[in-house]
Ligand binder design. Sequence first.
Ligand code: F6R
Ligand code: MG
Ligand code: MG
Length: 371
Amino acid sequence: MTEKVTASIIKADVGGLPGHVLVPEEILEVARRNLQEAKESGEIIDFRVFNAGDDLDLVMTHREGVDSEKIHKLAWETFEKATEKAKELKLYGAGQDLLADAFSGNVRGMGPGVAEMEFTERKAEPLLAFLMDKTEPGAFNLPIFRIFADPFNTAGLVIDPSLHSGFVFEIWDIMESRRVFMKTPEEMYDILALIGGKSRFVIKRVYPKEGGKLPADEPVAVISTEKLYKIAGEYVGKDDPVALVRAQSGLPAVGEVIEAFAFPHLVSGWMRGSHNGPLMPVPFRYSKCTRFDGPPRVIGAGFQLANGVLVGPVDLFDDPAFDLTRQKAMDVADYIRRHGPFEPHRLPGEDMEYTTLPKVMDKLKTRFEEV
Ligand code: F6R
Ligand code: MG
Ligand code: MG
């Protein structure tokens, strides 16, 4: 136990209604009930339960630090109970992300996605949660880069001396299981050379620099980077990443964080995890993937922390200010859909390796002759 607070999002797809559209109220209720008990027994300080499309997202605060066996076990058991209910309702893909038979100390590598960070709660601590469906962890690269490194997005990088010195990015190479720490603005081009390849290099955390207003060893943003196919060895659904971002007073303002989602950039993961499509920011009530199992979506939940208690959420994209973004996303969706089975709507060969396409290719193997 420490005096610092830890914010954790642990998430899994435990079944959809219908197909992969959304998590129904019955399942959300099971999760709420389980976490309410944990709150009453003092295991966690507070929690909120969300659905990003068909993903069940548990947002929790506690004093156990990151990678806590206690907290991960609580999440795992919550998913197990939710799965039981999902099976009873015969939901689609009931329990699909629980890839291990039994919990063994930490949910990492067992199917669920995790984004958590431990930090000293400031006098006022805005905390934003972003939850995506039908896409991969690299979908966060563009908005997170723009929030913490792009002066055309974040005015504070230019105007506020406490942001002016920049940030440190922890970037993971998820193919080779290695990481690198790089600084902005000085290594900005090198960072972009990596994270532009978003299916391989993903931003895992962002830290303040030494000597600034905030402790340099406490992250200010964290993204879940679990790749389901790396765990399961085959396609079992999309990773559907989540992120936590702290804001204000030496960090990008809440509005600068949100601004980074005003461009509906193309991400992979739509329909069968095999297509590119625009990432559409939506209010909670539209957190359901319908057209062609999508398009990929993100919801944003805004909180203030009060000694670990979550005050909020505010539904960040429930705002006409995002109508044009959504309109553009729908125009792009319509345009790219007309490519049907052709790239670049369908993902290129190497990214299709873990989908069901290789099985089709296998069938044709013997038909080819030398030319
Ligand atoms: C799931 C997803 C969906 C499914 C599709 C086919 O995350 O993205 O698009 O891949 O609905 O699902 P199956 O193969 O289960 O019929
Ligand atoms: Mg699903
Ligand atoms: Mg999903």
